[in-house]
Design a protein around this ligand. Structure first.
Ligand code: HPA
Length: 243
């Protein structure tokens, strides 16, 4: 049984870190999900590139429910997700890793739940601690062990996208206590909680957010920083898995 899954964000598309990789597909009530399964340190690990293997799915069109449902169905108990983020906090610089522990939800048009009444009922899941403390601890320990500096707390602001934010929005998010901004962590984290899975995200700062950075943002800038740090994020994931 596959107990752990990696959901790779922007820049983390291929599970080359895994051995004996095979591709599989599973049908969920929300559509089919293609994922890969491989091995690392003697464990079966599933892998989903959140935006598709060629980055063709924008944040607002990701089938979050299908992805989480599929992982639950194949027996996954813990999900380690990566996300690329902009920073609103000048202590969190491009290239830094942040182990987010809270989120602010500014998405607009997404389905956030498996529970839409009817047979499944109405469920109000607790998100006092949205991210799994056990997996967060492992990530922190792994980062220390391999000498990667990591911010151990941070509030993730999730926007609808796919556009970047206005400087006025970023100023507002900073006033509300946001540290980093991205477009994908909600509803992913919420659905994982509803599915009673241990879920943690390591965010990689790829840029200063709009208005904090002197120049207009480009997706190329995000990809360049991500590329420069792909090795580190892979090392962090692999070390975490082997702990
Ligand atoms: N805003 C939103 N999402 C992002 C950013 C950003 O600045 N950088 C990477 N993902």
């Amino acid at each position: 049984m596959t107990k752990l899954a990696i959901i790779g964000g922007t820049g983390v598309y291929d599970p080359r870190i895994l051995e004996n990789v095979r591709e599989e597909e599973i049908l969920t009530p929300y559509g089919a999900v293609r994922y890969k399964v491989g091995e690392y340190a003697g464990r079966a690990i599933a892998f989903i590139p959140r935006h598709g293997s060629k980055h063709s799915i924008p944040p607002h069109l990701i089938n979050y429910r299908a992805n989480i449902w599929a992982m639950k169905k194949i027996g996954v108990q813990a999900i380690l997700a990566t996300t690329a983020v902009g920073s609103l906090n000048t202590d969190m610089k491009p290239g830094d890793f942040v182990l987010i522990n809270q989120f602010l939800d500014f998405t607009k048009n997404r389905v956030h739940t498996f529970y839409e009444g009817g047979e499944r009922g109405v469920v109000h899941v607790d998100v006092t601690e949205p991210y799994c403390p056990a997996l967060r601890q492992k990530l922190e320990k792994a980062a220390k062990k391999i000498g990667i500096a990591i911010h151990t707390k941070g509030t993730y602001v999730c926007t609808e996208g796919p556009r970047f934010e206005t400087p006025a929005e970023i100023a507002m998010f900073a006033k509300l206590g946001g540290d980093v901004v991205g477009m994908t962590n909600v509803p992913e984290v919420v659905l994982a909680r509803e599915a009673e899975m241990c879920y943690a995200t390591v965010s990689m700062v790829t840029n200063y957010a709009a208005g904090i950075s002197a120049q207009p943002l480009t997706h190329g800038e995000v990809l360049d920083t991500m590329k420069a740090n792909t090795e580190n994020i892979k090392r962090l994931i692999m070390e975490t898995i082997s702990l």
